[in-house]
Every structure is written in C-alpha cells, then in structure tokens.
Design a protein around this ligand. Structure first.
Ligand code: LMR
Length: 334
C-alpha cells in the first residue's frame, strides 16, 4: 500500500525538493520568549532588551531572544501559567506576584519601610535573604536567575492624600501582595488586586481611587494623567525576580546555558544600575507635565504612616513566615 505525503503527515513537497540536511536543522536558533508587562522604556524593559543583546552576542546567534513587553503576550496571572506550561521561557514578575507559584515568601520583600535606599535593596537581594527566596522556587520547578530593582513606590490618588487618615475608604489598586493588602488596610484604605494592564482604565473610570507604583511605571503607563496626586515616602519597594522554567533551563546545552547565565548576570547589573536614574527622570517628566501634584514627605511627616503600617511586620508572619522577616530585618538593620 502506498501513502501520500499528506497521509504520512509530511505536508506538500515540490518535486525534486529535498529535506534540509540535519546540519542545517541543527543551526536553527533556540528561541527564548521573554514576556513582561511594563513598557520598553523602564528598568525592566531595558534590562530585558540588554539580556537579548548579550544572549544573542555570547551565543553567536545560536539563541534568539524574543522580548514581548507591555502585557502584549500575557497579563500578570497568565504569564505565570504560561511559564509553567512552557509556552514562554523567561519572565520578570514583581515579587508581589509570586504566590501563584507557591512562593508567597517573596512577598516579604514588600514589607513597609524596609529599605533605606535602592543600594540596600540590591545588597539584600544578593545576600542570604535573596538566596533563601530563590531556593524556595526550586521545588516548584522554577529557576530563579536574578533580582532586578525598580525603586520605591509612590502612592497615586484622585483625591489629595497626605496623612493615613486621608486614605480612609479609598479603593486602592495593588498588584498581588498580601503584605501590601495588609499595610493599605492598616492605613484605612480598601485594596483590590488588578492586573497591571487594567490599571489605567480602572483609574480613569474611578473603579479605583488610587494605587502605588514607581515613577517609571506611572509615567510610561500614563497613570499620572488620571491621578491628580502623587505622594512619596519610600513606604514600599518594587523589585522583580527573573525566572525560567527549571526543566527548560536545565535542558539547554551546557555551553549555551553558561553563556545565557553570563548574559543574565550582566543584564542584572545593568538593570540595577539604571533603576534609580530611570525613576528620577520619569519623576522629572511627570512634574514637568503639570498633570499631577507631586509631594514627597519628610521623615516627620511620614511618621504617622510608619506608625500605621509597622504592625504589619507581626501580622505578616502568618503569611510569609518569621524566618524571612527576621533575615530581612537583620540585613537592613531595621
Ligand atoms: C505592577 O503590577 O504594578 C507592577 O508589578 C508592574 C511591573 O512589572 O513593574
């Protein structure tokens, strides 16, 4: 019996055509899909493009990195599912979004008034606390590749907010962390989780009255156009962990993986170096726009916020465990 090519599942083949030689097939690049939710013009956007540049250079084109920014490919929750299914290979979610991976300990990095400055966050990430957190991912089939900084949150709101009392009854968008839920509730607000890609519209239509984000995100997502007020006091911090599917990462040829690790280490240094600068220039651009009233609190003005939020260190124990809280407090001298 003779089968047609179609019946054999081989597709159409022109007469005289031949299959590509195995050597040609072997040269097809390994495609790495890197999906994230922010704009290209942010610390994470630029970090992922730096990784692409270095990965393609070090592997001499054997790897092609496709970066999909701005929730183009997946939104917050979907991207985590896609990574677990192997539909995407690299992500850099904020550590506030790690509970669906079974690693809610990452939310400890969101404790209020934890870091003195960005440098301190970056040291903590490289130290024992960072290593402890990355180790939590391994049994979940996830490989942690590095922590990327995106600076301190600012609170944005449609109504003026200066004291915690001003937050009473305000609907505030949070990105996923129970710790943020707890500190905003402690300040009297009503937190609500929304995907990053839905925030602008929710603010514009009044579904939420406020939120917290970094200047680079507030600027590139245009939140400043729909929020009349911005308040800064370094109450919280935004950081990412770059992650891969462990099986996929371990299955890469050793030489390729070595080059990719090198590219990732250098992209991590780069992303962390530009984080502060990117946020300073975004804040300047927001101020210049005149669309929102920007106010930074001094230590004395921030005290009522600290008093309201610090009890979260105790209540957070049930969520993230005392061990990581103690490590972080020790590392930050808190
Ligand atoms: C947010 O959801 O507000 C942030 O996590 C977005 C991001 O990735 O910076």
């Amino acid at each position: 019996m003779k089968f047609t090519r179609r019946e054999l599942g081989l597709g159409a083949l022109a007469v005289g055509a031949s299959f590509p030689a195995p050597a040609v097939l072997a040269q097809a690049p390994i495609v790495l899909k890197f999906s994230h939710v922010t704009a290209d013009d942010t610390p994470k956007g630029k970090g992922s493009l730096k990784f692409k540049e270095l990965a393609e250079k070090y592997t001499e084109g054997k790897v092609k990195v496709e970066v999909y920014p701005n929730s183009q490919l997946y939104k917050d929750k979907e991207e985590i599912e896609a990574l677990q299914l192997g539909a995407v290979h690299l992500l850099a979610p904020s550590t506030a979004k790690f509970a669906p991976l079974g690693a809610k300990e990452f939310e400890a990095l969101d404790l209020p008034f934890l870091y003195k400055d960005d440098t301190q966050f970056q040291e903590v990430a490289k130290g024992p606390a960072g290593k402890y957190l990355m180790a939590k991912l391994e049994p979940k089939g996830i490989k942690g590749l590095g922590f990327w900084d995106n600076g301190f949150y600012w609170i944005t709101s449609s109504k003026p907010v200066i004291k915690p009392d001003d937050m009473k009854g305000l609907k505030v968008r949070i990105s996923g962390s129970k710790i943020a839920d707890q500190y905003f509730r402690a300040a009297g607000a009503i937190p609500q989780i929304l995907a990053f890609s839905e925030v602008y519209q929710a603010m514009q239509t009044g579904v939420v009255d406020g939120g917290e984000n970094t200047p680079s995100n507030i600027y590139t997502q245009k939140f400043f156009e729909v929020q009349a007020h911005m308040l800064g006091m370094n109450h919280g911090h935004l950081q990412y962990a770059v992650i891969a599917n462990s099986k996929f990462w371990a299955g890469l040829p050793t030489d390729i993986r070595t080059q990719l690790n090198k590219a990732m280490d250098e992209a991590t240094v780069y992303a962390n170096e530009i984080a502060l600068k990117e946020n300073v220039s975004a804040l300047e651009a927001i101020k210049k726009s005149g669309r929102t009233n920007v106010r930074a609190l001094n230590a004395e003005e921030a005290k009522p916020w600290r008093d309201a939020m610090m009890p979260v260190y105790k209540s957070a124990e049930a969520r993230v465990g005392k061990e990581i809280i103690d490590m972080l407090v020790k590392a930050t001298g808190g």
